[in-house]
Design a protein around this ligand. Structure first.
Ligand code: TMP
Length: 240
């Protein structure tokens, strides 16, 4: 497989074409951003950790019966993915109150939710990724009613599988964000990344943050924390 022209550059990844139109070549960057890009830093080692963590999680999800766009690792910072047309939605699942949910609704962070909730955000940097209702998604033809139902079912299935994987290594999955894409035949596939950049992960014993809140809230060094997540996940998947 040959790396081709740059197709898209995001905040945390660069996506390249390959000599096979069915696949993209992804490079994970060391860039960390928060506040929709207003806070930005280069953190050596972050790209490598998120590439490995995402690969490990997508492989574990596959074992649990959930397919994704992930194919294989290409180098310590690069992976091969199936090409999909990304649906411009961030699908957030929450098990425990935190972040914007706690801020908006004045619910103390750490309050368990009665059942996992699914929220949709419209991926649009100019609008700051606003929350969007299911009716709005349908009216704007971002996704159909049937697709929305599938996104929810898939997001909750990912939640169940991820909770299990993280529980084995003493990590509580507070919340996370997923993205999905359409394949050429219209079927939906889990896409993007699943890493401490896109999940809230708390140490179950100490409640300490093992995720990007370390960077967002300036709580300490990010790399040792992401390394800890990778090391624990490796142990976890070895015994699942
Ligand atoms: P929030 O509490 O800020 O809405 O975030 C919920 C979860 O979604 C949290 O695990 C972080 C993740 N997330 C992203 O990965 N990207 C984003 O742009 C946002 C807003 C949240």
């Amino acid at each position: 497989m040959e790396k081709g022209a740059l197709s898209y550059e995001g905040k945390a990844k660069k996506i390249y074409q390959t000599d096979d139109p069915a696949f993209f070549w992804v490079e994970y960057l060391n860039q960390a951003t928060a506040l929709n890009g207003a806070k930005k830093d280069q953190i050596a080692g972050k790209g490598e950790l998120n590439n490995q963590i995402t690969g490990l999680i997508f492989d574990a999800l596959k074992t649990a019966g959930i397919e994704s766009h992930y194919v294989k690792q290409l180098s310590s910072t690069e992976q091969l993915i199936k090409k999909v047309a990304i649906i411009p939605l961030e699908v957030v699942v929450r098990n425990v109150a935190a972040g914007s949910f706690s801020r908006r609704l004045a619910i103390a962070e750490g309050t368990p939710l009665k059942f996992p909730i699914v929220e949709f955000y419209f991926k649009n940097d100019a609008l700051d990724d606003p929350m969007i209702t299911e009716d709005q998604i349908e009216v704007l033809e971002i996704a159909t009613k049937a697709e929305l139902a599938e996104l929810k079912t898939l997001a909750l299935a990912v939640n169940q599988a991820l909770q299990k994987i993280f529980a084995v290594c003493g990590i509580t999955l507070i919340d996370f964000k997923l993205e999905f894409g359409r394949q050429t035949d219209g079927t939906i596939l889990l896409a993007d990344e699943i890493s401490p950049d896109t999940c809230r992960l708390w140490d179950t014993a100490t409640q300490s943050h093992l995720d990007k809140d370390i960077y967002r809230r300036e709580l300490g060094e990010l790399v040792p924390v992401y390394q800890e997540v990778l090391d624990r996940l490796k142990e976890s998947v070895a015994c699942i």
